[in-house]
Design a protein around this ligand. Structure first.
Ligand code: ZN
Length: 151
């Protein structure tokens, strides 16, 4: 990872971890999924409201490390207004990004700011922190288990 990307990774991550966006509950009508990463102890509750096939509102609560919080925060920002199919595609891209080899080129296409999570590749135990919110999202979209564990 370039020095610039590393620096950006630190700054954006810290900002979102300290002041998470969309950190709030939603009322009935929202699909709610609990996500848990036992490796680190991260817990989130993800709320997704849909209408007309669009993700109208996404928010989360819970407590976790800086990476899981920043990832959930940035995910809720990135997906608002997207269709379920677009959200799935982005989840897939994100997963590929954080699980790619450390020296692989970062394919930033379509990821926007989320590309900073390429930094997680250098810390394999942190991958599950970064993907917790996304696992929870997939479960919310598919309507399967209301409780997601990264294990
Ligand atoms: Zn964590």
């Amino acid at each position: 990872m370039s020095a610039e990307l590393r620096q950006l990774y630190q700054e954006v991550l810290i900002d979102h971890a300290k002041r998470p966006r969309n950190f709030r509950e939603q009322g009935a009508g929202a699909v709610t999924v609990e996500g848990y990463n036992p490796l680190c102890g991260d817990r989130i509750r993800l709320y997704v409201s849909r209408d007309d096939g669009q993700l109208r509102d996404l928010s989360f609560t819970g407590s976790g490390c800086a990476i899981s919080t920043a990832s959930a925060s940035m995910m809720t920002e990135a997906l608002k207004g997207k269709t379920a199919a677009e959200a799935e595609a982005l989840a897939e891209r994100f997963h590929r990004l954080v699980t790619a080899a450390v020296d692989a080129a970062v394919d930033e296409e379509g990821l926007g700011k989320l590309a900073i999570f390429a930094g997680v590749r250098e810390f394999p135990v942190r991958v599950k922190c970064a993907t917790l919110a996304w696992h929870s999202l997939r479960s919310a979209l598919h309507g399967d288990a209301a409780v997601v564990s990264t294990e």
